[in-house]
Design a protein around this ligand. Structure first.
Ligand code: MLT
Length: 253
């Protein structure tokens, strides 16, 4: 089944994939700016947003859904941007469905797989979602999602989107992230441009980690988004849209 999606604007297509615990609306403000110049496609990953809840998820299956959507919409190959969990998904797209993607834009995300402590934390979030619901997941994750000075409107929007997600899906997605593959050796081997965009105050991918990732991927570009935490497209959409625009207008490899 095709993923539900929003499509705005015309011209060069770009696919933007959302984070956890969220849906396509996390990209709304950035998509609104980008759609003045580009055709912007924002899907809801399986189980999220307008989909029915999903009790079993994997990052690799999500990647297939995204590749299928790009092909069905006659957008492939296209640049893809992924925020955090969405970044895990599009790295799997680049590995498994390379004919569908021609530029990788990684926003507040990681290449490395989870270490044992991080895997344990995924189990705890899965249990929290299952037992206490989506709101409890948001409150637990909130310090890592938004900068300390995040505007109340940004916090409220992130909470509203998180609370709209099914606890069943959040449980399954947490376990899917726990079991995701490691992409650290993949990235330097990819034959497409790679752009890294990170919030200045991202607690899960602090500037040192973002710099280290940038240095490990020869030829990658790296933009720091001022005043933003992990959800930089929500906290500073203008700078994120400008960074994506610059990426889309840069030369192919
Ligand atoms: C996200 O924003 O998608 C999550 O924070 C990803 C993660 O926990 O690794």
């Amino acid at each position: 089944m095709l993923l539900p999606f929003t499509e705005t604007g015309r011209g060069q297509p770009i696919m933007l994939v959302h984070s956890f615990p969220a849906d396509r609306r996390i990209w709304s403000a950035v998509a609104e700016i980008l759609s003045r110049q580009f055709r912007v496609i924002c899907p809801d990953l399986h189980g999220f947003g307008a989909n029915p809840p999903a009790s079993k998820l994997s990052i690799n299956a999500m990647a297939k859904d995204i590749a299928d959507l790009a092909v069905t919409l006659h957008a492939a190959p296209c640049p893809m941007g992924g925020l955090s969990m969405g970044g895990y998904v599009i790295q799997a797209v680049a590995r498994d469905y390379p004919a569908t993607i021609n530029r990788l834009i990684l926003v507040d995300t990681k290449a490395a797989a989870d270490n044992p402590a991080q895997r344990d934390a995924r189990d705890a979030i899965a249990a929290l979602a299952y037992e206490h619901g989506s709101s409890a997941v948001f409150e637990k994750m909130r310090p890592n999602l938004l900068s300390p000075d995040a505007k109340p409107a940004a916090v409220g929007f992130a909470r509203m989107i998180a609370e709209a997600q099914s606890p069943i899906t959040l449980t399954a997605a947490s376990l899917a992230m726990r079991d995701r593959d490691d992409y650290t050796e993949l990235l330097p081997r990819l034959k497409i441009p790679i752009h890294l965009i990170f919030g200045e105050h991202d607690a899960t991918m602090p500037p040192e980690a973002a710099n280290a990732l940038h240095e490990s991927v020869p030829g990658s570009t790296h933009t720091q988004i001022s005043g933003a935490g992990h959800l930089s497209p929500l906290e500073n959409p203008a700078e994120v849209a400008a960074a994506i625009t610059a990426a889309l207008q840069s030369k192919p490899l």
